[in-house]
Ligand binder design. Structure first.
Ligand code: FE2
Length: 326
């Protein structure tokens, strides 16, 4: 289905009870092109696991090593104003803004975040010059009003860029920059032992929730300022934070991947020539089961499900009990 709001076009796609509104961009509006600057550094320790693991193929064993995301810098005041400025920029999911070997191409609709993309390009060049040209970069923008006590776009403990059974052999691990003005992501800096799981059968994310609950969330970490550009990788288990009060949130994600993101619902960037077949895909269709079916039920259902698997009314979610001991 397709349509238009004002002069702007969009397409909607629906599958598995999900509905995506995908903005369609006009080449005539132009784009901002960005290349990394030389001489920028990102401070990190010599033994930073995250930095040392960049470009290594994905491995379940790496979850045993706790890792903290890296703060790559905080926006200047003028950038913060632009970051939260009201505009008609539309939310978009995993739209490629860089191809292997290319510059960054940001459709003009997102020009208010060009300085953020510049920071991402600079950080990536500083940290990963050797393999910089081998990655795609996908951008997600989500602007939303988060209600008091809510988490906006709700997701229990998970990672971005997990490589499940479909990916054999494994490819280079995803690394991702995120930035937000409010409600920073909470990370769990602890080891996860997933060695007994069969990834073709068990839901790994549910098991991450269970192992966080076993520690009573003792390793939860979100001690960084708003407007920080945070780098994580596919081993950084995280969750959205509850809103103590209603907040308008702007959240941007830049995922560096060697894979083509071909999920139906993702944004298409007309400033690159590509035509990938897009396919319906989500974790629900995999039919995975919990590794420990006896654990607290809130740790082994999707957010939209009740204990018996039936659907909550719209807007109601199951929240995993990650602090069972209070
Ligand atoms: Fe995430």
């Amino acid at each position: 289905m397709s349509g238009a709001t004002g002069h702007r076009r969009y397409e909607t796609v629906e599958y598995n009870n999900k509905r995506y509104t995908v903005p369609v961009f006009d080449r005539d509006e132009g784009c901002v092109t960005i290349v990394p600057r030389e001489g920028i550094t990102v401070e990190h320790g010599p033994d930073d696991v995250l930095v040392n693991d960049l470009n290594v193929p994905f491995s379940m064993d790496r979850y045993k090593v706790p890792r903290r995301p890296l703060n790559c810098g905080v926006l200047d005041p003028w950038e913060r104003s632009a970051f939260v400025a009201p505009s008609d920029a539309r939310n978009v999911l995993d739209m490629p803004i860089k191809f292997p070997g290319s510059d960054f191409r940001l459709p003009m609709e997102y020009a208010q975040w060009a300085s953020v993309v510049q920071r991402v390009a600079d950080a990536e060049w500083a940290l990963n010059k050797r393999c910089y040209d081998e990655y795609y970069c996908y951008m997600t923008l989500r602007r939303e009003r988060v209600p008091k006590g809510g988490q906006g776009h709700y997701a229990p403990c998970h990672v971005d860029g997990f490589q499940g059974a479909r990916w054999t052999p494994k490819v280079r691990t995803n690394h991702t920059y995120t930035i937000t003005n409010a409600l920073p992501t909470t990370y769990f800096v602890q080891p996860f032992d997933l060695s007994a799981l069969d990834v073709a059968k068990h839901d790994v994310f549910w098991e991450m929730n269970r192992q966080v609950a076993l520690t009573n969330s003792a390793h939860a970490w979100s001690d960084y300022p708003d407007f920080s550009l945070m780098l994580m990788d596919a081993y950084c288990v995280h969750i959205a934070m509850d809103a103590p009060e209603e907040r308008d949130r702007v959240w941007l994600r830049f995922s560096f991947e060697v894979r083509q993101f071909d999920r139906l619902g993702n944004g298409h960037n007309p400033f690159f020539a590509y035509d990938w077949p897009m396919v319906p895909r989500d974790i629900e269709q995999l039919g995975l089961v919990p590794f420990d079916p006896t654990c607290d039920w809130t740790l082994r259902v999707f957010p939209y499900q009740r204990e018996d698997g039936s659907r909550h009314p719209k807007g109601v979610y199951t929240v995993p009990n990650l602090r069972p001991r209070g």
